[in-house]
Design a protein around this ligand. Sequence first.
Ligand SMILES: [Fe+2]
Length: 455
Amino acid sequence: MLNPQVLIVDDSKTIRSVISSELKKHSIDVTEAVNGIQGLDFTRTNHYDLVITDITMPGMDGYQLCTEIKKNPDTQSTPVIILSSNDRHEQIEKGFEVGAAAYVTKTKARKDLLPYVKEILNRAKLLRDKLVLVVDDSKYILNVVASGLTSAGFKVITATNGREAFDIASEVAPHLILSDINMPIMDGIQLCEKIQSHPGLSHIPFVIMSSGADRRTMRELLHKGASAFLVKPFNIDQLVITAEKLLSDHFQIILQQRELFKKERTLLMGSITSLIQALEARDSYTKGHSDTVSRLSVKIAERLGFNELDCERIAFAARLHDLGKIGIRDDILLKNGPLEDHEFAKIKEHPVLGADILNPIPSMEDIIPAVLHHHERMNGKGYPHGLIGEEIPLWARIISTADVYDALTTDRPYKKAFTHNHTMEFIKKISPDELCPECVKAFQAVMLEARVPLN
Ligand SMILES: [Fe+2]
């Protein structure tokens, strides 16, 4: 690996050689220029990771040199440290105005210069070749953000809507995506979802930039896998700091762990789905039952005002609600006729068995109470714990309602299916005693709206 390349521009030979010998001790290659004009010539023919320049020099001073370096697209990302014997406030201010990354006074150079050099070189190493995809339908914002990031040392590519951004991302796999929310053709939310569900792109940090009014959407996006958000109007420094943080080694490790966690989760979901399929293959009644209960539960949850994320988890809980039946013997589970008391007692174990299967899995924490309590009844006469009313978790009450509907409208060997209308009447009748009235009300509204039964 090549040593970092630093250009020192100073008309004093003594200063050049003092800095030079100090930097060489730290494996940094140094080129010396005797004034601004020579310094500028060097930056046009060679690449430097850092330029350190004096201010007062004949021909072209340090401010002009810095301005010229920042004006040229080929060198605008090269950091410049201004080294001066002057520590007046206006001088320092002017140094930053012309684009210097740091201003060090010569009296403090012995102590301060090396840490600055190291920090700037490290940052440059981190940012070198890092490609940021900026997505916004406003050309103005695209330009401001792109030029800010370019001067900080990033490579930038732009897109004006989500679809264009997704096509570019699929082709070049950027290191970071920075996206607006509201855009034509494909918005930032859809883009974030598409990136997150693409196996080759989901590891890319996704930063949302939008106005404060979109805070709710931003929170939702953070749940969907976005890494950070910037509230407009933000300044370029905030943007650069966020981007650097997201690209730092530490953050990359966190991202890799998240990826691993996601992969394990997908694998786990796959195993659980296989368990459900095994259960459904064994018992023709259960076949399709979990799917229907899941669909109806989501409709009820939506009606009750649950957010999208909760609805997804409720759908998953409903899909798993009868998982414990996998532990019930064939001669009881598949019996062609009404069950004896002791057989029914065995069947009643399935919510606890289901919860036991899911218990060791940390990501199932929110699902387990819904599985465990889906046979509780409002009057306390349900099982396994005989919970009363609101003691029963709401997700479980939702699933019970959907479960009862699907059970009654399905043919069993010893019982003909009820019609939709008959079932709705029946549910209304048992409602306050057995099913949660709030859930039943939502369910009735859902069914009325659908006009035709959803199952
Ligand atoms: Fe059940």
